[in-house]
Ligand binder design. Structure first.
Ligand SMILES: [Zn+2]
Length: 219
C-alpha cells in the first residue's frame, strides 16, 4: 500500500478573523451539534487537539430531503478526497456548500459513520454498547423532529481513509493536528448535523476522542 499524502497546494488558510465569529461552540468528545447556517456564511471546524474525526451531514434548510450526497460530490469533482475547492453536492446536484479553507488537506467521505452494528461486525460483540456516531446523529436529529430517514453517507472531516493501490479502503492514523481547521461556506441556507466521533476501535480519533470547536462567520 502506498501512503498518498495530501496535495499541499490545497492547504489554504482562512481569510476570516476569529473575533468576527457569531457562533462559537465547543462540541465535547463524543457529543454532537445541529444548527442552521445561513446562505453565504461560513462554518469553521477546528480540530482542537488533532486527529479527531468530525462526521458531518448537510441539508438544504428549505427542504431537508435535499441532502448531501457523497457519491455525487466525488463523481463531479473527479477525486476521492475532499479539500479546498470541493463543492458539496446534494443528490439533486445542488451545491450545498464549498470548502473554502483547509489546513488539514484531506477529508474523507467514503468511510461513512460508525454505528453499533458496524462496530460489532468489525471489532466484535464486546463493542455492542460502545457509543457511535449513528447514535449521536439520531439523537441530534430528534431534537429537530427528524429521524433515521434523514441519515445518509456523510463527510468525515479530518479523517484519513486512503485508497490503496489495490482499490481498498483503510482507516489510517489521521493527518490532522492540533488547531488545524476546515471552513465550509454555505451556498444556501443549511442545516448542519455533526457527530464528534466517539470511536475507540480504530485510529480515526487516535484512540482518544477529543473536543472540536465550531466558529460561524456571517456572510
Ligand atoms: Zn464515528
Amino acid at each position: 500500500m502506498t501512503a498518498v499524502l495530501p496535495d499541499t497546494t490545497r492547504l489554504v488558510p482562512s481569510t476570516l478573523r476569529e473575533e468576527d465569529a457569531v457562533l462559537d461552540v465547543v462540541v465535547p468528545a463524543g457529543d454532537g451539534w445541529v444548527g442552521e447556517i445561513a446562505a453565504g456564511s461560513t462554518l469553521r471546524i477546528v480540530d482542537l487537539h488533532g486527529n479527531q474525526a468530525v462526521d458531518t451531514l448537510f441539508y438544504d434548510a428549505a427542504d431537508l430531503a435535499n441532502r448531501y450526497s457523497a457519491v455525487d460530490t466525488l463523481r463531479e469533482q473527479g477525486a476521492a478526497y475532499l479539500t479546498t475547492g470541493s463543492r458539496l453536492l446534494s443528490h439533486r446536484q445542488d451545491v450545498l456548500a464549498t470548502i473554502v479553507a483547509d489546513m488539514c488537506g484531506r477529508h474523507d467521505t467514503l468511510g461513512g459513520a460508525c454505528a453499533q452494528e458496524s462496530n460489532v461486525v468489525r471489532y466484535g460483540p464486546q463493542t455492542r454498547h460502545m457509543h457511535a456516531c449513528r447514535v449521536t446523529f439520531l439523537r441530534k436529529l430528534a431534537e429537530i423532529g427528524r429521524d433515521v430517514r434523514d441519515l445518509a453517507p456523510n463527510v468525515n472531516f479530518f479523517m484519513n481513509v486512503p485508497l490503496t493501490d489495490e482499490g481498498g479502503l483503510t482507516f489510517e492514523d489521521g493527518l490532522s493536528g492540533p488547531g488545524k481547521y476546515v471552513e465550509v461556506r454555505a451556498e444556501r441556507d443549511l442545516v448542519v448535523l455533526i457527530s464528534n466521533c466517539p470511536q475507540l476501535n480504530n485510529p480515526c480519533n487516535g484512540y482518544d476522542p477529543t473536543p472540536v470547536r465550531l466558529l460561524g462567520f456571517p456572510a
